[in-house]
Design a binder for this molecule. Structure first.
Ligand SMILES: [Zn+2]
Length: 183
């Protein structure tokens, strides 16, 4: 009997021994550009949706959501939290580039669940300057998604807040679980 295929392929790629990782990426870009055909698209996302998600390396947003080039705006940061800068991007997305829907994606095993606001304090002690931003750490991922949905829905800058939905992406199954905003 054959053994089942592993669910994950262990990464075979490592950081380069010589040169920088950027050099490797530039080499990949040259190959990409060699086969690139101008898609002739405008800047307005075809599906009129903006996706706000954590920067986590395990989330391939386009693959996970069946998105294609040109379909959506993606706004990513540590935690996928809705900060002033996230609102800035969403405001431009909606008012200048025609998006209507917002999808928020947090995930299991997020690094922000391991931090506290002490991170800021320790940073201040180390560098002698207090950052202007909050760490936006959290314990309860569901509650953090609800808070993010609330921040989008209550923003005075966003004209389209009827279709705002929030999810937790499970990094072990690839599935999204929707969060009820009223729970
Ligand atoms: Zn994360």
């Amino acid at each position: 009997m054959s053994t089942p295929a592993p669910r994950f392929i262990q990464p075979t790629r490592t950081a380069p021994d010589s040169g920088t990782v950027t050099d490797r990426l530039l080499e990949a870009n040259r190959a990409y550009a060699a086969g690139f055909v101008d898609p002739g698209m405008g800047a307005r996302p075809v599906l009129r949706v903006a996706v706000v998600a954590c920067m986590d390396a395990r989330i391939d947003l386009h693959a996970a959501l069946g998105l294609e080039l040109g379909d959506c705006h993606t706004v990513r940061n540590a935690g996928g939290v809705v900060t002033d800068d996230t609102i800035r991007s969403l405001t431009i997305s909606q008012r200048a580039l025609g998006t209507r829907s917002v999808i928020l994606i947090h995930h299991t095993g997020c690094g922000l669940q391991t931090l506290t606001e002490d991170f800021r304090h320790e940073l201040e002690l180390e560098v002698g300057q207090r950052p202007a931003w909050a760490v936006e750490s959290f314990r309860d991922v569901d509650q953090d998604v609800r808070q993010s949905m609330q921040r989008v829905r209550t923003s005075p800058f966003l004209p389209h807040t009827d279709d705002v939905r929030g999810f937790v992406f499970d990094v072990t199954t690839g599935l999204l679980r929707e969060i009820d905003p009223r729970s």
